[in-house]
Design a protein around this ligand. Structure first.
Ligand SMILES: C[S@@+](CC[C@H](N)C(=O)[O-])C[C@H]1O[C@@H](n2cnc3c(N)ncnc32)[C@H](O)[C@@H]1O
Length: 235
């Protein structure tokens, strides 16, 4: 299913399966989970990354700007943003489009004692951030399954899986170069369950190129998957 020849429908079905198997359906109470040797809060409805998900790998694989500023788009429960603040970033901004992710990440900023250097905001990619704010590193572990353009989200967790028409990723690729301080780095993840040829085409349309920094193969909900970290550079 993760072959380049997989069709839109086949990939979409895998996305739906991940929503069913990894989603928080039925979880109505705030809870905690463990990842990377730490404990994390999650409110009902938010994506809680398990071992084997990209979060675990990306969080330790990406380059952080030591002493600098780090913006995470789509922070979910905030694992990567908190890790950044615990591992040398001086200023961390964690954002997500869903209220349950924003609430979970805020709990984790408090739990890990980093409120002096990390804050959480609700934002649709960059749309709700200060238009002049720039960062040393911007990172998004994005949602890799393309959904139909008229897809309607019925639960917050689906935002962690689906991107209708890859429209949000397209905006990220187009806008992230202007969000960097001099010498800054723009990062994005992708994996072999999504349609990389579509994303490569999108990057070209937006005037950027994707340069592979690192990758790792794992098994997620029975699917063989290779996680990849890319740096986004202007063409
Ligand atoms: C694959 S999940 C990653 C979550 C978290 N960073 C992690 O690694 O566990 C993608 C995240 O992007 C968020 N997201 C999806 N579309 C978004 C958008 N348009 N603007 C901001 N965040 C978005 C989702 O809510 C979800 O939290």
């Amino acid at each position: 299913m993760n072959q380049p020849s997989a069709t839109f429908d086949e990939r979409y079905r895998v996305g739906r399966k991940l929503v069913d198997e990894l989603g928080p359906e039925g979880n109505t109470q705030p809870s905690t989970f463990e990842l990377l040797g730490l404990e994390w809060d999650v409110v009902p409805g938010c994506y809680a990354p398990h071992p084997g998900t990209g979060t675990e790998y990306y969080t330790t694989a990406i380059p952080y700007p030591l002493g600098g500023s780090f913006l995470e788009i789509g922070c979910g429960a905030g694992v990567t943003a908190v890790w950044a603040a615990l591992h040398g970033c001086a200023h961390v901004t964690a954002t997500d489009i869903t209220d349950t992710a924003v609430a979970s990440a805020a709990l984790n900023v408090e739990r890990h004692g980093i409120a002096d250097r990390a804050h959480v905001r609700k934002s649709d990619v960059f749309a709700d951030l200060d238009p002049d704010a720039k960062y040393d590193t911007v990172f998004w572990n994005c949602s890799v399954f393309e959904a139909p353009r008229d897809f309607e989200f019925t639960q917050d967790f689906e935002w962690a899986i689906f991107d209708p028409g890859y429209a949000a990723l397209g905006r990220y690729l187009a806008e992230v170069p202007d969000r960097l301080l001099p010498g800054g780095r723009a990062l994005v993840t992708f994996n072999t369950l999504g349609d990389f040829s579509r994303v490569a085409g999108l990057a070209e349309d937006k005037g950027v190129a994707l340069s592979l920094l690192d990758s790792s193969s794992r098994v997620l909900a029975g699917e063989q998957v290779t996680y990849k970290v890319f740096e986004i550079v202007r063409r």
